[in-house]
Design a protein around this ligand. Structure first.
Ligand code: ADP
Length: 240
C-alpha cells in the first residue's frame, strides 16, 4: 500500500473554483475520512485522484509517482486504485466470487484461496462465494464491493459515501466491518462522506472540506473538541 500526496490541487468548473490549493497527505496504511457538506467538492476530489477528471493545477503522487501534474495525467486504469461507490457496484448476473475476481488477470482468477481470504477480511463466510448479490443485504453487498476493490492489491482504496443507501442499523454494523477490513488489509484509504458520525467513528484522521478548501485535518477527538470555526463546530456537533 502506498502513500497518497496531494499538493496545491486546483479544479474549476467554468469560472467557479471547486477545489482551491488543496494539500493532503495520507500516509501508507492510514485511513482518512474527508468530511464536508454537500457541494463542498468531495466527489470532485475523488474523481481527480482516480483520474476521471483532469486537475487545473497541482500534483497528485501515489507511492512517490506523479499520477497527475503539469503535463502528466495517468489514466485511471494505471493508477492502481480500488473504488467502492455508493451502491449498485455488483453485477447482478454474477455470483459473489465472480464479482470479486471480475477485474483480475485470468491467471490470478484460479487462485480461489485469495477469494476466501478476501471474504474473511470483509467479515463474510466463505459459503457466500456462490451466492447471487440479490441474496445479500445491502451491507453485505458493500462488503463484497470492498473485497473486489481489494482483490488486485491496489495502492489506494477510495470509498465514496459507501453506506448512504443503508438503513441506520445496518450502517453502523457495516462501518465497523469496513474499517476492520481496511485495517486487516493494511490499506491506505480515503473515504468521503457528509455524515459527521461516520467520519468521526471511522477515520484515523478527518479532513474537513469546506467550499473547496481543506479547513482542518485532525484526529476525530481533536476535531470534535477543537473545531477551528463556529460553523464547523455546529456541523460537527450535529454528529451527536
Ligand atoms: P460534493 O461531493 O461535496 O457534494 P461535488 O464535488 O459534487 O461536491 O461538487 C462541488 C461543486 O462543483 C458543486 O458546486 C457542483 O455543482 C460543482 N460541480 C461538480 N461537478 C461539476 C461539473 N461536471 N460541471 C460543473 N460543476 C460541477
Amino acid at each position: 500500500m502506498a502513500e497518497l500526496r496531494i499538493e496545491g490541487l486546483r479544479k474549476n468548473f467554468g469560472t467557479h473554483p471547486v477545489l482551491s490549493d488543496l494539500d493532503l497527505i495520507v500516509p501508507a496504511g492510514e485511513f482518512v475520512a474527508i468530511l464536508g457538506p454537500s457541494g463542498s467538492g468531495k466527489t470532485t476530489l475523488l474523481r481527480l485522484v482516480c483520474g476521471f477528471e483532469r486537475a487545473d493545477g497541482g500534483t497528485i503522487l501515489l507511492n512517490q509517482q506523479t499520477v497527475s501534474g503539469p503535463g502528466v495525467h495517468l489514466p485511471p486504469d494505471r493508477r492502481r486504485i480500488g473504488y467502492v461507490p455508493q451502491e449498485g457496484a455488483l453485477f447482478p448476473h454474477l455470483s459473489v466470487v465472480e464479482n470479486i475476481v471480475f477485474g483480475l488477470p485470468r491467471d490470478q482468477r484460479r487462485a480461489r484461496y485469495r477469494v476466501d481470504e478476501l471474504l474473511e477480511i470483509v467479515g463474510l463466510p466463505a459459503s457466500f462465494a456462490n451466492r447471487a448479490p440479490q441474496q445479500l443485504s445491502g451491507g453485505q453487498q458493500q462488503r463484497v464491493a470492498l473485497a473486489r476493490a481489494l482483490a488486485p492489491q491496489p495502492a489506494l482504496v477510495l470509498l465514496d459515501e459507501p453506506f448512504s443507501a443503508l438503513d441506520a442499523a445496518l450502517r453502523v454494523e457495516t462501518r465497523k466491518a469496513v474499517a476492520d477490513a481496511l485495517s486487516a488489509a493494511g490499506a491506505t484509504a480515503l473515504l468521503v462522506t457528509h455524515d459527521q458520525s461516520e467520519a468521526l467513528s471511522m477515520g484515523h484522521q478527518v479532513a474537513v472540506l469546506w467550499e473547496g478548501r481543506l479547513l482542518q485535518i485532525a484526529g476525530p477527538e481533536t476535531l470534535y473538541r477543537r473545531p477551528v470555526t463556529a460553523e464547523l463546530a455546529r456541523f460537527v456537533g450535529d454528529a451527536v
